[in-house]
Design a protein around this ligand. Structure first.
Ligand code: BG6
Length: 285
């Protein structure tokens, strides 16, 4: 069953419940804030909900970074692009014969976004809720010039203790270490967390697994159409400076983002579309 109601901050939200799972999607930025397969704990982390506000990105869940990832060269433009702070439209909702539920939301550039970025896109996000959470971000260039696109499904995963969490799947990959001023390094066997971590893994097409040892579960992230994986945890000092993070919440999350950033930013010619897909599943916990 899919219902549209009002969520926190008076923001419109889709609530999805079926025999396999439950989920919530805010129309603000088409942000998936909740997914919980039946008999499992919630898989996504969210910050304090009372801070959700129109025009501001939601801290947690799956904000969408687009049409650029990270800070813009022009500091007056918003980090991670503008689609995460705009209201999206619900295109379709359907309960599928196999027990899953699907919602499709869309966003189209307008005069306001053209003032920030003078190009035109139509963007669709399809979210399928079942034992897996399936996301498909489709970007179509509706303008007359080729545009450069950077993007991310900026996914915040819930873990019991980041200090005993390992991310697998990136061994041997080169990464840009933003905490070390952008130095290039090579990833070892698994990523363990001992301090602020902010990395863009390059040419990273493979799937990842988040091994949450204390929570006793593994979260699998399968993806396609993505040439970078971003791994982020702000740790203590940085999260304390972020008003929307919550005390000690740095311990309870890790971002593993299916992205196109730095060397995987791509050129999208007029009338062409690009698809970024991600399937999230969970074992244990
Ligand atoms: C990550 C970036 O993807 O997002 C970090 O790699 C950034 O550098 C983080 O701090 C959060 O960004 P924001 O704009 O949501 O605070």
């Amino acid at each position: 069953m899919i219902t549209q109601d009002t969520g926190v901050g008076g923001l419109p939200r889709l609530t999805i419940r079926n025999d396999l799972a439950e989920a919530e999607v805010y129309l603000l930025g088409a942000t998936v804030t909740h997914w919980k397969p039946r008999d499992h704990a919630p898989v996504l982390w969210t910050g304090p909900a009372d801070l959700y506000q129109a025009g501001k990105p939601i801290r947690g869940g799956i904000p969408l970074c687009l049409p650029w990832f990270g800070p813009h060269a022009d500091p007056t433009k918003p980090a991670h692009g503008f689609v995460r702070t705009r209201p999206w439209t619900v295109e379709r909702t359907a309960d599928l014969p196999d027990g899953r539920s699907r919602v499709k939301l869309s966003f189209t550039t307008d005069a306001e976004t053209r003032a920030i970025w003078p190009h035109d896109l139509r963007v669709g996000l399809t979210v399928t809720v079942g034992r897996t959470l399936d996301l498909e971000l489709t970007i179509t260039n509706t303008g007359s010039e080729t545009v450069l696109i950077g993007e991310a499904l900026h996914t915040y995963f819930a873990v019991e203790d980041i200090r005993r969490t390992i991310v697998h799947g990136l061994a041997g990959t080169l990464y840009v270490d933003k905490v070390a001023g952008g130095r290039h390094r090579q990833c070892g066997d698994g990523i363990a967390f001992t301090g602020e971590t902010d990395r863009v893994y390059l040419s990273a097409h493979d799937d990842c697994t988040i091994d949450d040892e204390v929570g006793g579960r593994r979260i699998h992230v399968k993806k396609s159409g993505s040439g970078a994986t971003v791994v982020w945890n702000p740790w203590i000092a940085k999260s304390a400076k972020m008003a929307d993070f919550g005390a000690d919440q740095w311990m309870k999350m890790v971002c593993v983002e299916s992205a196109n950033a730095l060397d995987s930013v791509y050129a999208l010619p007029p009338a062409f579309s690009h698809h970024l897909r991600c399937e999230i599943s969970v074992e244990g916990g």
